[in-house]
Write a protein that binds this ligand. Structure first.
Ligand code: MCN
Length: 786
C-alpha cells in the first residue's frame, strides 16, 4: 500500500535536526585524516606594504614544523590565479589574485606565507616567527578617496577604478526634468562582515600514487569549487573530489573559492600528507569576504500626489583589494531591481567598482538586492515627506497591479508574477497601521520622551539563479541549471542525489517532502544525499535563493521520468494499456478496476529483480533530470517595523515587526518562516548594529565581536510572519525563493521607522547602522533632543 498522505505544504519537522542537535554532525573541523598536518597562514598586519624579504628560518626551526613556504616557493604549483568568474564588462580591469602575495600586501590579512606543522598550535606558534621585512605604504579604504588614484593599489592596473557598468536605462529619462517632484538623496552603506556560526575550514587528502585529491571544505559550492580549484591547482577535475560535509551557515561568504582551499591542496600534493586549516574568528573578520560597502546617489521622480514615475541610481561599490569569485557581479545583480514593486516610467542604474586596501567584498545574503531595496525604500519615504503624504499612500498608488503572467519590468527583465498590494494590505492590517498612526500622533502631541516610528519596506527580488543564457549574456562563466537523481530501491525506500548544497536551508527535509508525495512513501523513507561531487556529480550548488526554484524543480522532472517508466512497467504487469492507468498517491491503477494496482515501490522491486520487464526497459527505477530555468523567480512582499526611539539617549527598541512575503507555492511553511526569521534578524543587525570600520591606515577596527556588534536573540523582537502565495510562472512547482527575502526587505523598514519616529523633530536622514550615538547626534544637530 502506498502512503496517500500529502507532505508538501506541511510544516513537518526537519529531518536534519536529530544529528545536529545531538552533536553527531560532521563539520570539517571535526574531521581528521591519517598522517594529517596543519596549515597556518602568515598574514599581513599592514593594509598596504611592500615585501622586501621574508626570513622563515626561525619558524622552520620550531618543534613540529614540517614546512614554511612563501609565494615564491609555491609559484610552480599553480595552474593560474584564484578563480574570478564574472568579468562583467569587456574592458574590466582584473587585479591578479594569487593564493599568497609575493610583491606587496594589499589588505590587512593578505596571506604572504604558510607554515605546516604536526599540530594546529605548532603551526600557529611558528607562523608568528616568520619575519617579513615590510615597507609600509599609504593605504586607502575610503571609496571616493580611492577613486582619485592618489594611492594606486595594483601598479600594473595603474588605477583603482576598475569597472564601470550601466544597466543602460529604461523608459523616458526626460521624466527627471519634467516631473512635479524630484528628490535627490545620498546613502552610504557600510561594509558588513558575515558571521556564520562555523568559520571556514578545509582539509585536503591526497592519494599520491593516483594523483587524486579529496578536498573537504566548509563551502556552499562543492561543484563550482571542484571545477575552479582544478584550474588553479593544476588538478584534472576527474582527480578531484570535493565534499561539503555539514556546513554551519554561509550567508554568501562561503559562495567562494578561497586561497586556503587552494593552499591545502597544493601542500597536500607537495608534502604527500593530508593538510588541514581551520579559520579563527579573527581571521574570519580579515580573510573571509565582506559584503555591501557602497555609496548611492539617487533621484526619485514623482507626481505631486506622490505617484512614483522614475528612479535613477549611481553607485560606487567597494571591491576590496582583489576580486574574489564574483565581486563586481554583486552590484550588477542589484542593478535589475532598483524599480522595486513600483510601476515606473523611467529607470537608470550604473555603478563604478573601486579597488581599496580592504578585504575583498563579494556575495552577502541578498547580494546587490538589499542595496537596491534599501535606497529605493529610503527614497520612497523621503518622497512621501516631500509631498506631505503618508508613506503607505505613496506606495499604494505606485504599485504594479497584480499580474499572474510574466510582465516586462522597466529594468528589462521578465517578472514571473506578482501581487504586491495584497502583501502590503495584509502587513498593514496585521500591524494595525491606522491605530499606530493615531498612537504616534498622540505621543507627538504630548511630547513623549519615547516617540513612535512606523517603517515600511515593499520589495521585490530576483532570485532562483538563473537561466544559463541570461548568465551568459551577463558574461558570467558558468550556467544556472541544477540536477537531481532519484533512485527507487527494492526495499521501498528512495535515494535522492541532489546538486544543491544546503548549509542551514533544510533541503533534506524539503526534497524528501516533494519526493514522498509522488512516490507514495513518507519523508522518512527518503534519503537525500548532497555536498559530495563523487556522490552527486551534477550540480551548481546553493546561493541566490535558487535551490528550491531550480534544484527542487530538477527533482520534479526526475520524478516525472520515474513516473513515466513506472507507468510502462505497471501497464505491462497489469496487462493494461498505459492510457487506461490512473495515477494517484504513488499508485497506478486500472481505470474502473482499482484493485488492479501497482505502487511505484512495487514496481521498484520488479525493476530490480527484472524477471518480467517489457522489452527494452532497463532494469532499474532510477532517473536523472537536469533543469535550466527559463526565468528567475521574483518574490515580493512588505515588511513593517514599529519602533520606539528614546529622544534622550537615541536608543531604538523594536516594538513590532511584521513580515508578509510571497514566495509562491510554499513547500514547508515552518522552514519558510525560519528563513524569514533569520533573514530579518540579519537585516535588523544591518540597520541598527553592524558596521565594519577601518581607520585611515586600513586597520580593521571592528576586528572581533567585541567591536563588531552581532546582535543576539535578546535584541530581536518577536516576528509576526505571514504570506500570500502567488505561484511563479517560471517552474511547474510555482515556487519562488525565500532564503534572502528577510535580509532584503528589513533594513529599510527599520531605518525608515527610526527616522519616522523623529522626523517631526527635524531628523530626516540617518545612515546605517542607526546606533544610539548616531540617532542622538542627529537629534542634537536638529535641535530635537529631549
Ligand atoms: N522553501 C519552501 N517553499 C518555497 C521556498 C523555499 O518551503 N517556496 C524552503 C525550503 O525548505 C528551502 C528553503 O526554504 O530549503 C530555502 O529555499 P531557497 O529560497 O530556494 O534558498 P536556498 O536553499 O537556495 O538557500 C540560499 C539562501 C541564501 S542565498 C542565503 S545567503 C542564505 C539562506 O538561503 N544563507 C543561509 N538561508 C540561510 N539559512 C541558514 N540557516 N544559513 C545560511 O547561511
Amino acid at each position: 500500500m502506498a502512503i496517500t498522505e500529502k507532505y508538501v505544504g506541511r510544516s513537518i519537522l526537519r529531518k536534519e535536526d536529530p544529528e545536529l542537535l545531538t552533536g553527531q554532525a560532521r563539520y570539517t573541523e571535526n574531521l581528521t585524516a591519517p598522517g594529517m598536518v596543519w596549515m597556518a597562514v602568515v598574514r599581513s598586519p599592514f593594509a598596504h606594504a611592500k615585501i622586501d624579504g621574508i626570513d622563515t628560518s626561525n619558524a622552520a626551526a620550531m618543534p613540529g614544523v614540517v614546512a614554511v613556504l612563501t609565494a615564491a616557493d609555491l609559484e610552480v604549483e599553480w595552474g593560474g590565479p584564484l578563480p574570478f568568474v564574472w568579468p562583467i564588462t569587456e574592458d574590466i580591469k582584473v587585479p591578479v589574485h594569487w593564493p599568497l602575495t609575493k610583491d606587496k600586501a594589499r589588505f590587512q590579512g593578505d596571506g604572504v606565507a604558510v607554515v605546516v606543522a604536526e599540530t594546529r598550535a605548532q603551526a600557529e606558534d611558528a607562523a608568528e616567527l616568520v619575519e617579513v621585512d615590510w615597507s609600509p605604504l599609504d593605504a586607502v579604504t575610503d571609496l571616493e578617496e580611492a577613486a582619485k588614484d592618489g594611492v594606486v593599489i595594483h601598479d600594473d592596473l595603474g588605477t583603482n577604478v576598475v569597472v564601470h557598468w550601466s544597466h543602460g536605462g529604461g523608459g523616458d529619462q526626460t521624466i527627471f526634468d519634467t516631473a512635479d517632484v524630484v528628490v535627490k538623496e545620498r546613502y552610504v552603506g557600510p561594509r558588513l562582515i558575515p558571521n556564520a556560526i562555523e568559520a571556514r575550514a578545509c582539509l585536503a587528502q591526497p592519494v599520491p600514487a593516483m594523483g587524486e585529491f579529496t578536498l573537504i571544505s566548509a563551502t556552499q559550492i562543492p561543484h563550482i569549487a571542484r571545477v575552479t580549484l582544478g584550474g588553479t591547482c593544476n588538478i584534472p577535475e576527474s582527480k578531484l573530489r570535493v565534499i561539503a560535509p555539514d556546513v554551519g551557515g554561509g550567508f554568501g561568504s562561503k559562495l567562494n573559492v578561497y586561497a586556503e582551499e587552494a593552499l591545502v591542496l597544493v601542500l597536500a600534493r607537495r608534502l604527500k600528507r593530508a593538510v588541514k586549516w581551520v579559520e579563527t574568528r579573527s581571521e574570519n573578520y580579515l580573510a573571509t569576504t565582506h559584503g555591501r560597502g557602497v555609496i548611492h546617489d539617487v533621484e526619485i521622480a514623482a507626481t505631486k500626489e506622490g505617484k512614483i514615475l522614475g528612479f535613477r541610481v549611481k553607485e560606487l561599490a567597494d571591491m576590496g583589494a582583489y576580486y574574489q569569485l564574483l565581486t563586481p557581479g554583486i552590484p550588477e545583480l542589484g542593478g535589475w531591481v532598483y524599480m522595486g514593486p513600483y510601476d515606473m516610467q523611467a529607470y537608470w542604474y550604473e555603478f563604478t567598482g573601486i579597488v581599496t586596501n580592504a578585504t575583498p567584498t563579494d556575495a552577502y545574503r541578498g547580494a546587490g538586492r538589499p542595496e537596491a531595496t534599501y535606497v529605493l525604500e529610503r527614497a520612497v519615504d523621503a518622497l512621501a515627506r516631500k509631498v506631505g503624504k503618508d508613506p503607505a499612500e505613496v506606495r499604494r498608488i505606485s504599485f504594479v497591479p497584480k499580474f499572474l503572467e510574466p510582465r516586462t519590468a522597466i529594468s528589462g527583465l521578465n517578472v514571473d508574477s506578482g501581487a504586491y498590494e495584497e502583501t502590503f494590505d495584509k502587513a498593514l492590517e496585521i500591524a494595525g497601521y491606522h491605530d499606530l498612526r493615531k498612537e504616534q500622533q498622540r505621543r507627538r502631541e504630548q511630547g513623549d520622551l519615547k516617540q513612535l516610528g512606523i517603517g515600511l519596506s515593499s520589495y521585490i527580488e530576483m532570485c532562483g539563479l538563473a537561466p544559463s543564457n541570461i548568465l551568459g549574456a551577463l558574461r558570467y562563466a558558468a550556467g544556472g541549471w541544477d540536477a537531481c537523481t532519484v533512485q527507487c530501491l527494492p526495499d521501498g525506500k528512495a535515494v535522492l542525489k541532489i546538486g544543491t548544497s544546503p548549509h542551514g536551508q533544510s533541503h533534506v527535509t524539503t526534497w524528501a517532502q516533494l519526493a514522498a508525495d509522488t512516490l507514495g512513501i513518507t519523508p522518512d523513507d527518503v534519503e537525500v544525499l548532497h555536498g559530495d561531487t563523487s556522490v552527486a556529480p551534477l550540480g551548481m550548488d546553493t546561493y541566490g535563493s535558487r535551490s528550491v526554484s531550480v534544484g527542487a524543480t530538477a527533482l520534479h522532472f526526475a520524478l516525472e521520468k520515474i513516473k513515466d517508466k513506472a507507468r510502462t512497467l505497471a501497464a505491462h504487469e497489469l496487462e493494461a494499456s498505459e492510457d487506461d492507468l490512473e495515477f494517484d498517491g504513488g499508485t497506478f491503477s486500472v481505470k474502473g478496476a482499482p484493485d488492479k494496482a501497482r505502487t511505484i515501490m512495487d514496481l521498484a522491486v520488479s525493476a530490480w529483480h527484472a524477471h518480467n520487464l517489457p522489452p527494452g526497459l532497463e532494469p532499474n527505477l532510477e532517473a536523472t533530470a537536469v533543469w535550466d530555468p527559463p526565468n528567475f523567480t521574483w518574490p515580493g512582499g512588505t515588511h513593517l517595523c514599529v519602533v520606539e526611539v528614546d529622544t534622550e539617549t537615541g536608543k531604538t527598541d523594536i516594538l513590532k515587526y511584521v513580515a508578509v512575503d510571497d514566495c509562491g507555492t510554499v513547500i514547508n511553511p515552518m522552514i519558510v518562516e525560519g528563513q524569514v526569521h533569520g533573514g530579518v534578524a540579519q537585516g535588523i543587525a544591518e540597520a541598527l548594529y553592524e558596521e565594519a570600520i577601518y581607520d585611515d591606515q586600513g586597520n580593521l577596527m571592528t576586528s572581533s565581536m567585541t567591536q563588531y556588534l552581532v546582535p543576539s536573540a535578546t535584541e530581536m523582537p518577536s516576528f509576526v510572519v505571514d504570506r500570500t502565495e502567488t505561484p511563479s510562472t517560471t517552474n511547474p512547482l510555482g515556487v519562488k525563493g525565500i532564503g534572502e527575502a528577510g535580509t532584503i526587505a528589513s533594513p529599510p523598514a527599520v531605518v525608515n521607522a527610526v527616522i519616522d519616529a523623529i522626523a517631526h523633530l527635524g531628523v530626516t536622514h540617518l545612515e546605517k547602522p542607526a546606533t544610539p550615538e548616531r540617532v542622538w547626534r542627529a537629534l542634537n544637530e536638529a535641535g530635537g533632543a529631549a
